[in-house]
Design a protein around this ligand. Structure first.
Ligand SMILES: NC(=O)c1ccc[n+]([C@@H]2O[C@H](COP(=O)([O-])OP(=O)(O)OC[C@H]3O[C@@H](n4cnc5c(N)ncnc54)[C@H](OP(=O)(O)O)[C@@H]3O)[C@@H](O)[C@H]2O)c1
Length: 307
């Protein structure tokens, strides 16, 4: 069975992707066997997801390795991955060699001839993208056919704007959801103007926007949402303000959160993470649910403005 998931084009490229992809940061965790993870990936692709976002560092490399085993060189799927920065006494940084060698390593683990989207997995700061190593390595990899799209997974509006204005990227991965979109706002119009593709990470704010957490109630140790660190309590409180609106939909807050991201048509696709086949199915169903209404949008904007 295949879901009828809409597709959108990635910027100026000839790649189109399902509007909902799969964020693969959980793939390879030791909660499932390798065979079970491969089954999850194959099921996602069978249901019509064509975009998979992974990284060198996810599950210590296992995410890429398992995706490689599941999909290899399939050309009907778009695989986005990320190279990690060097982290040592001199700080966190990319060099020409670290990007090029990182990409070679991704190609080997993913068992692909070409990486569709190669992102640097740093902060995306101005310093990071204006370093000539970024442009030189990305251009070299693109010209040699090892990557299709040059990209940065960014948390920095300043870095993103510089990268777009200087023609350094074909795609940016940004955070965009009901409660966290500040750095995205200046990027959206500029990316549209320059036809730069955007991927929205964390549509559920790492899970807070599914409605499973409640203000004042403890979150289990080791839960991934704890990666939000000091802002977790604020995230949960911010999400709570959308509960009533979410509860009015059959799919609840998760559906509202997903539809909010998909309503922004300057962002071609979003990449929710999932740790089970059931979550993948729910996420697709959330993506195929009723679009945000004008009335919901007014209420969402009122809540966002009141924070
Ligand atoms: N620096 C970067 O480049 C960067 C940073 C963050 C994310 N990303 C990318 O963006 C993707 C998405 O981000 P994310 O995974 O951190 O956040 P997310 O998509 O907002 O949340 C995913 C988490 O929410 C929970 N969840 C997912 N579907 C659910 C459902 N249907 N019902 C209830 N809970 C559900 C799962 O956690 P539990 O079930 O354990 O609660 C899952 O791990 C990542 O996989 C990665 O590809 C990139």
């Amino acid at each position: 069975m295949q879901y009828d998931i809409p597709h959108r084009k990635l910027g100026r490229s000839d790649l189109t992707v399902s509007v909902i992809g799969l964020g693969c940061n959980r793939i390879g965790e030791n909660i499932h066997t390798e065979a079970e993870w491969i089954a999850l990936l194959e099921q996602a692709a069978d249901w019509g997801i064509t975009l998979f976002d992974t990284a060198t560092q996810y599950a210590g490399g296992r995410s890429q390795e398992i995706i490689g085993k599941a999909f290899g060189n399939r050309d009907d799927l778009v695989i986005a991955t990320k190279v990690s920065p060097i982290r040592d006494d001199e700080g966190t940084r990319f060099t020409y060699e670290s990007i090029v060698e990182g990409a070679e390593n991704c190609l080997r683990l993913l068992r692909r001839d070409t990486i569709d989207v190669l992102q640097t997995h740093g902060s995306g700061s101005l310093e990071e993208v204006s370093n000539p190593a970024f442009a030189d390595a990305m251009n070299h990899l693109q010209e040699s056919g090892k990557i299709r799209l040059r990209a940065s997974a960014t948390f920095s509006a300043e870095g993103a704007i510089y990268a777009i204005q200087n023609g350094l990227v074909d795609l940016l991965q940004i955070t965009y959801n009901l409660v966290d979109r500040d750095h995205a706002m200046p990027i959206l119009p500029l990316a549209a103007e320059h036809t730069i593709a955007l991927l929205a990470r964390m549509p559920y704010q790492r899970g807070s926007l599914t409605g499973k957490f409640h203000p004042g109630q403890p979150v289990a140790d080791g839960h991934r949402v704890r990666l939000q660190g000091d802002r977790l309590a604020d995230d949960i409180a911010a999400a709570e303000r959308f509960r009533e609106l979410g509860d009015a939909r059959s799919g609840g807050m998760g559906e509202l959160a997903m539809q909010y991201v998909l309503h922004e048509n300057r962002i071609p696709a979003t990449i929710p993470g999932a740790r089970s086949i059931d979550q993948v199915r729910t996420n697709i169903e959330n993506a195929l649910a009723k679009p945000i209404t004008d009335e919901e949008l007014r209420e969402i904007e009122r809540i966002q403005a009141a924070r």
